[in-house]
Structure formats: structure tokens, C-alpha cells
Design a protein around this ligand. Structure first.
Ligand SMILES: Nc1nc2c(c(=O)[nH]1)N[C@H]1C(S)=C(S)[C@@H](COP(=O)(O)OP(=O)(O)OC[C@H]3O[C@@H](n4cnc5c(N)ncnc54)[C@H](O)[C@@H]3O)O[C@H]1N2
Ligand code: MOO
Length: 390
């Protein structure tokens, strides 16, 4: 098979022409899990003012340079108090978080002193000790987070600290799933692909909607596809793309120049396709046509559709490719093989025994899918390979 049929070529094909979604402005509370569309510049410094890092006494380092020394305590300042001023030759009792009095350049912790007025300082330190200086972490005007950053708990906390309340983020992609096949419409086979792919989409941060099962009828299928595209940013179909008499997806789209169908050198998931539909308002919506066999559909979703979602969500690097070491030898073939597997006690990956090609039971027991590259040789224990974490 030519390179056009490799997994990596198909990955590139499905994301070709896909652009990040137009940014939306949201309050921080709605930004969890989104990516920044623009860099964020700090409007406040972190910390916002010089403050004590320890409970103790604010002093001038020069006044405690030679020990022992005893200083009168001129006042007390706690976090939230107005700023006090330190006169030379005195100390101010200070609590962690309180603003450092102008004139002071050292906080001596209680443990290094007699603790009472006049305070005897027993141990000294250089100017600047136990003070957190304004802007030493982030300075106002500096870039706090780069465009493309994923907003998790820590990033949201940082944005609050730098004084930012609204952020420009990429919205959640809207993922449409269309399963196809008369056996699903008639209820002879439960539609597990729709349920699996909706769940997989939600796990990847998408808003999801089912439009199938669609019957094996070309005009009906095209109607469903257009309706899905109008409401979505990416549409996935399952089934109907191999060589059968009722393969509706392929029949409907094979002659559309915006679509590609062909075998990809992988197992499971050999029949694949992709293309795009233009909506009434001129949006180009990518469409990925996955095989119907449940394991093939799920593996292909993780290999290909995850990439599309990553681009739409504004991930600058594309979907994160995870890797792991083999915990047992695996025979690589002439095409990419996707095997259900688990982590062993060394955090290496091993295929589950009894792999029978299409077992949904085995898939449900798996922690990862091993992506065994098409290198036609025995891969030894310890070999580094790509994994799809489930
Ligand atoms: N002559 C050939 N036949 C087949 C080829 C081929 O290259 N030449 N490829 C085989 C491979 S590999 C696969 S994978 C399948 C893919 O076929 P389709 O994508 O057209 O899928 P269907 O025929 O519609 O369904 C396959 C299988 O999966 C079940 N299915 C479908 N959708 C669902 C769903 N939503 N939930 C649960 N199960 C589903 C369906 O009932 C079939 O049993 O083609 C081979 N044939
Ligand atoms: O390659 Mo198909 O996806 O296994 O049965």
C-alpha cells in the first residue's frame, strides 16, 4: 500500500483545511477546559505588593547586622492592615501577608527573636529575606499565559491573580455523530457506536449530538448529513463505507470531489474516508467517515477525529500523542495494528490476551490501545510505541 494509505497520511488528510473555531469572550467561571485564543497580559502584579512571608518582626537589615541587638517594637501590622512606616532603630511586629513597612527590608521570624517588646534579635539575615516582592512572580504588563494554553485549575487561579475576569477562548467544538445501517434503524443491532462516540467526544471537551441512525438510503442520508453540518463543527459517520451493496455513506459521497475514500493500512479500521460539507452560511464542516465495526470506529475516532477536535479547540500542537514502553514482545505487521492493552506493574503496556480482532468485551477491559507501527518485525520488550489512552 502506498504512503497515501498510511495512518499518518490519513491523520494529515482529516485535519487538512481545518481551522481553530472563532474565539468567544467568556467569564473565567465558564473557561475551564477551554484554550486561550489570545495571550493574556497581566493587569495586576503577583504578588500585588511587597509582603511578609513569615510571622515575625520587620526591621532594617543594617540595624541587626551585629548581634545581639534589642529594638523597641513600634507597632503591629497584619494582612489587610494599612501600611505602617518603620523608623530606623525600631521593629514592627508583622504577620504573614502584611505589607512590608517602608523603611524595612528584612523580616526576622519570631523563632529567631525573644518575641516581646523590646525585641531581642538572636539571628540575622541579609536584606530581602522573608519578603515576597511585588511582581516577583508575574509583573503587570507581562504575558501571564500564551495563546493556546489549556485552562485548568492552576491557570484559572493565575488569571484571577493577574486581575483578568474575561478571557477569549476557543468554544467547545460541536460534534455530530451519524450512525448508518438498516440493522440499526430496524433495531436488530443496538447502536453502540453512537453511544461510544458521543461519550468519547464529551471526554475530549466537545458538545455532542446524535443524528442517526440513518437508513441505507442515499437521499435520506444526505439530508441527515446536511442537517448535522448546519448544527456542528465536525461530523462523524459510522458504517457504510466498505464494498457492500448497501454502503450508503460511500455511495452518497464517493463522487463528491470534497471527499476521499480508501483503505488505510491499519487493523482494525481498514476502510476510511473524510471530506467536508459547506453549510448554508458558508462554513466548511469537516466530515470523517469511520468504519462501522465498533472497535474500528472507536480506534479510528481516537486516531483521526481527536486530531480534528484538537485543531478546532485551538491546541497549537495538535492532539497530544502519548507513548509507552512495551512490557512484552509484540509482532509488528505490514500495517498498523491497534491492540487493546493494559499497563503492567512497571507502567509498561501489554496487549490483553485473547485478542480476537473485534471484541468489544476486550475493548471494555482495556486501559489503552497499543498502536503497533507497520515495521514488520518483532518489537522487543521496552520498545517505545504510541498508545491511545482510554
Ligand atoms: N468486500 C469487503 N468487505 C469488507 C471490507 C473490505 O475491504 N472489502 N472491509 C471490512 C472491514 S475491515 C470493515 S471494518 C467493515 C466496515 O464496513 P462498514 O464501514 O461499511 O460498516 P458496516 O458494514 O455498516 O458495519 C460493519 C459491522 O458493524 C456493525 N455496526 C455498524 N454500525 C454500528 C453501530 N452504530 N453500532 C453497533 N454496530 C454497528 C454492523 O452491524 C456490521 O456488523 O467492512 C468489512 N467488509
Ligand atoms: O479493519 Mo475492519 O475495521 O477490522 O473489520
Amino acid at each position: 500500500m502506498t504512503d497515501a494509505g498510511s495512518v499518518s497520511a490519513h491523520r494529515a488528510r482529516v485535519v487538512a483545511g481545518v481551522e481553530p473555531l472563532a474565539p468567544v469572550s467568556v467569564p473565567l467561571a465558564a473557561a475551564l477546559g477551554r484554550r486561550l485564543a489570545t495571550e493574556v497580559v497581566a493587569t495586576l502584579s503577583v504578588p500585588p505588593f511587597d509582603h511578609a512571608a513569615m510571622d515575625g518582626f520587620a526591621v532594617r537589615a543594617a540595624d541587626v547586622a551585629s548581634l545581639p541587638v534589642s529594638l523597641p517594637v513600634a507597632g503591629v501590622v497584619a494582612a489587610g492592615d494599612p501600611v505602617a512606616v518603620l523608623e530606623a532603630g525600631t521593629a514592627i511586629r508583622i504577620m504573614t501577608g502584611a505589607p512590608v513597612p517602608p523603611g524595612a527590608d528584612l523580616v526576622v521570624p519570631f523563632e529567631w527573636t525573644s518575641g516581646h517588646d523590646p525585641v531581642e534579635v538572636l539571628k540575622s539575615a541579609d536584606s530581602g529575606r522573608h519578603i515576597r516582592f511585588e511582581g516577583e512572580d508575574v509583573r503587570a504588563g507581562e504575558v501571564a499565559l500564551a495563546a493556546g494554553s489549556l485552562l485548568g485549575a492552576a491557570q484559572i487561579g493565575l488569571l484571577v491573580s493577574v486581575g483578568v475576569a474575561m478571557v477569549e477562548v476557543r468554544p467547545r467544538p460541536r460534534l455530530g455523530v451519524i450512525s448508518t445501517g438498516a440493522e440499526l434503524v430496524e433495531g436488530h443491532v443496538p447502536d453502540s457506536n453512537t453511544a461510544t462516540l458521543l461519550a468519547a467526544g464529551r471526554e475530549l471537551g466537545a458538545d455532542v449530538e446524535a443524528f442517526g441512525p440513518a437508513p441505507d438510503d442515499v437521499p435520506r442520508f444526505l439530508e441527515v448529513l446536511r442537517a448535522a453540518a448546519e448544527r456542528c463543527d465536525v461530523v462523524v459517520t459510522t458504517g457504510g463505507i466498505s464494498a457492500g451493496d448497501h454502503d450508503v455513506v460511500k455511495a452518497a459521497l464517493r463522487d463528491d470531489p470534497a471527499f476521499w475514500f480508501g483503505p488505510v493500512a491499519m487493523k482494525p479500521g481498514r476502510p476510511q474516508g473524510c471530506g467536508s460539507v459547506v453549510t448554508s452560511d458558508g462554513r466548511r464542516v469537516p466530515v470523517v467517515t469511520l468504519p462501522g465495526t465498533p472497535i474500528a470506529a472507536y480506534a479510528a475516532f481516537l486516531l483521526f477525529v481527536r486530531e480534528v477536535l484538537a485543531v478546532l479547540e485551538g491546541d497549537p500542537a495538535g492532539a497530544v500523542m502519548r507513548r509507552a514502553r512495551l512490557g512484552a514482545p509484540v509482532e509488528a505487521r505490514d500495517r498498523t495494528v491497534v491492540l487493546p492493552g493494559v499497563y503492567d506493574e512497571n507502567d509498561h503496556v501489554v496487549p490483553l490476551p485473547g485478542h480476537a480482532g473485534h471484541s468489544q468485551r476486550l475493548l471494555a477491559q482495556a486501559e489503552v490501545l497499543l498502536v503497533v507501527p507497520p515495521v514488520r518485525q518483532a518489537l522487543e520488550t521496552g520498545t517505545d510505541i504510541e498508545v491511545l489512552v482510554l
